[in-house]
Design a binder for this molecule. Structure first.
Ligand code: SF4
Length: 288
């Protein structure tokens, strides 16, 4: 009997409850402020973040939509850095969906071992490659409805691919996004689909993809889950949660990550804008 492809859960991601995009919902602001005030405040934070991270980009290395789709599926339950260190060997050996669809699973598992859940992830990426070959002529579809039907692909993965490989706006509600928008009291929701719907309604559609990058970058570098670096946070004057983390400037500075702390980033091949701003490329697998 043909085995059903196992699906590795996405990182704190939106559940797939249907193929259609979540409708934007103009919910009541959790703070009791007027809706106009909330919209203004949210957009101001996004504008400030755009200045803090003018080089923000997807932190997965990819050359085409197929690579981005596979890398995003592999990023469940691990870091983008680990995926970026793993995919060069995978794409060198299997550059197309056709190649990966007929690969020897044991060989793929061996390559994917550093990503964790490597057996399930092998089934997912081979399963989605087969589906691309059989149903989409070996191309990644540019529609949400088709993407979420691929094995191992949820709304979050679909929006990453649509936003960054097809230029179609989407909000990526990952674990950082959920935490930060609640700290900023942009929403009181905890369900990823509802968060997506409410935050979508605060911003013009054209801002959605960059907004996702800004928020996720801030969560990874400064506004950490356990100890946010409030004392070194450029948007502290705008933040209702200031003081939830370290407020001493010197101690807070030591909590900063990636380029904000003077460390390498997650991409082995970051965009030039990142390098120009003093960012450093990540080391290859085994080098650090
Ligand atoms: S002030 Fe603190 S809680 Fe607010 S965004 Fe900055 S790091 Fe996060």
């Amino acid at each position: 009997m043909k085995k059903k492809p196992a699906v590795v859960p996405e990182k704190a991601t939106a559940a797939v409850k249907g193929a259609s995009p979540v409708r934007t919902v103009a919910a009541k602001p959790p703070t009791g402020e007027s809706r106009t005030a909330l919209v203004r405040r949210a957009r101001r934070i996004n504008r400030e973040l755009a200045e803090v991270y003018p080089y923000a980009h997807p932190e997965l290395d990819f050359d085409n939509s197929f690579q981005l789709l596979v890398a995003t599926v592999l990023s469940a339950q691990t870091t983008d850095l680990r995926v970026n260190q793993t995919t060069p060997a995978l794409f060198a050996k299997y550059p197309t969906p056709e190649d990966l669809a007929v690969a020897d699973p044991e060989e793929v598992e061996e390559i994917l071992r550093p990503c964790g859940f490597f057996r399930a992830k092998t089934r997912s990426v081979m399963g989605l490659s087969k589906a691309l070959v059989e149903n989409h002529g070996g191309e990644v579809p540019g529609r949400l409805d088709d993407l979420v039907k691929l094995p191992g692909v949820g709304r979050k993965t679909a929006f990453v691919v649509l936003g960054n490989a097809f230029g179609r706006p989407g909000i990526t509600v990952d674990t950082h996004f959920q935490r930060l928008v609640r700290r900023w009291q942009w929403t009181g929701q905890t369900d990823p689909d509802k968060i997506e719907a409410e935050i979508s309604a605060l911003f013009p559609k054209g801002d959605w993809t960059d907004l996702s990058h800004h928020v996720i970058w801030h969560g990874r570098r400064i506004c950490h889950a356990r100890k946010p670096a409030c004392g070194a946070c450029p948007i502290a004057p705008l933040c209702p949660a200031y003081g939830e983390g370290e407020t001493d400037p010197e101690k807070a500075k030591k909590l900063l990550k990636y380029e904000k702390g003077g460390f390498p980033g997650q991409r082995l091949n970051p965009p030039q804008s990142y390098l120009d701003a003093g960012g450093k490329a990540a080391p290859p697998l085994g080098a650090g």
